[in-house]
Ligand binder design. Sequence first.
Ligand code: RIB
Length: 307
Amino acid sequence: MLLVFGSINVDMAFDTEVLPRAAETVMGKGYRISPGGKGANQAHAARLDGSATTLVGAVGNDAMAEMALQALISAGVDLSHIQRLKGQTGCAAIVVDGQGENQIVVAPGVNLAARADLVPPEVLARANVLLLQMETDYSQNTALALRARQLGCPVVLNNAPAKPLGVDLLQALDVLIVNQPELTMTTQILGISANDPGVLVQTLSQRCSFSVVLTLGGQGLIACRPGEKPLMLPAMNVKVVDTTGAGDTFSGVFAAALARQQSFEQALMRGLVAAGLSCTRPGAQLAQPKAEDIDEALAAYQTLHRI
Ligand code: RIB
């Protein structure tokens, strides 16, 4: 079982030709209200790929809560430990331009009050992998990661949105997933620098004794396990409509594949292909592929790249 502790939001997404600059008003083409939040997106992606998935997080006591949980319920994510708190459900304002790039502002609402100590010991004991991101409180993530570590449950952290990582959390990790700005923040604090991203990823992995995955959008990813050479995987060639939540789709499908005992490389490829497919449709959870679509695209990807 994959256990995700993380944020649950409602996304309000606006399509425009260009992203607005400071003090600028741009006219949009339309808008969508749909479920989002990095934790919820990752749990949803994992479940659509066929993994038993439990999500722990918080929603408010407002009208947004049901909308935020709707797709998770339909997909069959275990929500029995969701906390329903007094306050607002998290909400994100997203602007998507003609190239599918986005800008996102998140009002976290009760996500920051989600408590990790409400993850029952028996649920944590059943987890094959714990997946975390950074839209919930840092200290809650750290406490849960340490509990998982003590039980021998691998911990995967997607440091998004990026926060400086302390020694406690770093020592509890098995895999760190970052994009380029998130990698820069993490390595600068540790005094690690290199011009070549592969060297940077390898040095971080070696120094911290965990695997590092650097996601590069349309260029694919670079990943490295401690003591090994970095591995570069190209992205799938797709017509991009909306990149919102592509990183979440990658993280959820990758972590779920690890939880199902797939190899590191197989899990990376599965996540990469799923993320590519999610960019071909608008939205976060509503754009995510099912297991059979990932299987088909993965076979084509492996044939094309002779992997
Ligand atoms: O990663 C995309 C997600 O970031 C959106 O769904 C939004 O809710 C924010 O959490």
